[in-house]
Design a protein around this ligand. Structure first.
Ligand code: SF4
Length: 225
């Protein structure tokens, strides 16, 4: 902060001497540098956090997983997506949303002008796969949720979107149907939260795609505000 105020005072001085044109150029350079710095700092913090938890054995899934799936994407993301838990392919590869559902998610993101490396971070409520993709136990969610909260606090996205009923229920702490959950905007640790269908549900029931698309159009408009 100290160097920031020194730079601001320098920019003010330059503005007085040379007018707005130079001031704007310098201030843009400064803002870009600051963004790069913040981005690197967050990426470093995420990396450090990953290294501190990837061997986690806090629940039984630590014994059965093939790979710990931390999440992936842009450390400076404005959109933070949360699914339920890694599936078979995610467990094999160690990355979230890499199967057929992941490919559909990529298409949805592309349709709202986003991609997984730019402005988006994707993770799950659970970082390890439940055997045979069974529904996560509430004890597993309680053990794993602090990791999700820490990721959100480090990234500070503009919006969280929970994908599917389990992710929505975990973040909301309410028993509602997905259709009920998706009708409102909520708040999760100070960050706006919306809930929509998991891409796997859209693959199973293509009639839901139109409804999910309405939700993602809302997401696009919200992020562009
Ligand atoms: S699911 Fe979460 S709490 Fe359980 S072992 Fe994996 S990382 Fe740890």
């Amino acid at each position: 902060m100290h160097s920031k105020s020194k730079i601001n005072s320098y920019l003010n001085q330059q503005q007085k001497l040379f007018g707005n044109e130079l001031y704007l150029q310098l201030s843009t350079v400064y803002t870009n540098k600051l963004n790069e710095h913040t981005q690197t700092e967050t990426a470093n913090k995420l990396e450090k956090f990953y290294k501190s938890i990837y061997l986690c054995q806090n629940c039984k899934l630590g014994k059965t997983r093939k790979n710990f799936v931390f999440g992936s994407g842009d450390s400076n993301a404005d959109l933070f997506l949360v699914g339920e838990a890694p599936g078979k392919t995610e467990d094999l590869i160690g990355q979230p949303f890499v199967g057929e559902a992941g490919q559909l998610l990529n298409k949805i993101l592309s349709a709202i002008g986003k991609n997984r490396d730019n402005g988006v971070f994707i993770t799950n409520v659970l970082k390890c796969r439940p055997p045979n993709n069974r529904t996560p136990l509430s004890s597993e969610i309680s053990e794993c949720q602090p990791y999700l909260i820490k990721q959100i606090k480090l990234i500070q996205p503009k919006l969280i979107v929970a994908l599917g009923r389990i992710a929505g229920k975990t973040l909301l702490k309410k028993e509602l149907t997905l259709n009920e959950m998706r009708k409102s905007k909520y708040n999760f640790f100070g960050i706006p939260l919306r809930i929509t269908y998991h891409p796997s549900a859209l693959l199973r029931n293509p009639d839901l795609k139109r409804i999910a698309w309405d939700d993602f159009k809302w997401v696009k408009n919200y992020l562009e505000k």
